[in-house]
Structure formats: C-alpha cells, structure tokens
Ligand binder design. Sequence first.
Ligand code: SF4
Length: 234
Amino acid sequence: MAQKNTVKRRKPGKKIMERAGIVSQRMQERYPSTDRRGYLEYQTPFQLVIATLLSAQATDKSVNAVTPVLFSKWPTPQDLASADVSEVEDVIRSIGLYKTKAKRCIDCARTLLEEFDGEVPQDIDALQKLPGVGRKTANIVMNDAFHDAQGVAVDTHVGRIARKLGFSKETDPSKVEQDILRTFPESEWPYINKRWIAFGREICHSRNPECSACFLNDVCPSVGKAETSTKTKK
Ligand code: SF4
C-alpha cells in the first residue's frame, strides 16, 4: 500500500484555514452527497481506468456515450489486450484524440496483464505505471473505485476554484493538489473533486462566474473577477 501523500509545504495561515473551514461547510451543505462516484459510468475498476483515460480533453458525456459499446465488446483487460486497434478506434471515434487513446487503452490492458496479473493495483504509485495514467487518473481510481483517497484529483474546475478561493496560486495540477492537501483535512479529500466540479459547472464558471448568486461571495478574494490569464495545465 502506498503511503499517503506527504505534505511538506508550510501550513497556510490562519485566515486561509478559516476560509477553508467555511468553504468546506458550505460546499457540504450545497452538495451533500457522499457518493464518491464521479460522472463517468463504469462497472469495474478496470473500466474506470479506461473511462478516465478516454476523458482527457473530452467531456464526461462524450465518454459515457461510447463506453457502453466499448465495455460490452471488451469488458476485461484480457479482452481489450487482444483487441484490434482499428476496431477500438471505430468505437471511440466520436471523442477527441481517438487514435492515441485507442492505442493507450490496449497498452494499458496489456500492462495490467503482464505486470499486475490482470488486476488494477490498489496503489497510487503502481497505478501511475500504467500507460496513460497520471496522478489525476490514479487519484480518481483510488477514491472512486477503492474508497481510499490518497489525494485530490485536480482537473480544470478544481484548479480554477482553488485559485479563485485563494487556496493556490499555482497552475501545475500537482502543485495545486499539494496546496489543497495542506489546507483541507484528509476527511474532506474524498469529496472535494466532485463537489468543486459541481460548483464550477453550476456557479463558478471559468468565463462568467455568477458571483452575485454565489454562496461563497462573502469569503471569496476573487469576487467579481473572471479568470482570464491562468489555466490549469493538462
Ligand atoms: S464569488 Fe465568484 S469567483 Fe468567487 S467562488 Fe463565487 S463565483 Fe467563483
């Protein structure tokens, strides 16, 4: 079992910690679900790895439109490892970068067979040895599929909201994640990604955040400002 992420950077100041407490409480009130499953549809940890791989630079909706066929044709690593790449491309053709992603999905299934006996490892470091799996995907799989949050998956919404609310000045997702981990208690980590994505979609949009209707506008240092110059790196 991998060790929990070691948070070496200095603890944030008292004001930021107080703001984090308010943000946590109000996010929980607004989005009370403790269901860790995100927006991608899957039946097994393997299918979540594949769906998350496909979701890079694509919407969850577009991924959910192709995965029922993909997973019915090749439900397990054994099936996908021996798939014909052109057949996989045909099934996922409607999502961006489908050629690269088809090859990655097959490579990922083969690596699972060759190095992990066909089982998705319950270890954040081992997960990142799979082709196409980075820290964000590994965090999602650990939290959603194995209920063992080792960190927080930082996507474009989570990165933007961390900066808006003054919890990070970074654009590199791994640095934003470190800032979040040192600011929020471990008990919050399983829910931050899903709640902040919901908040980003509903209120704190990237171009026109609805500050006047926002339940955090009394504590937000960016109230009234759109984020134009900083973007979370992919
Ligand atoms: S006040 Fe505006 S910028 Fe701040 S979190 Fe709310 S919507 Fe986002």
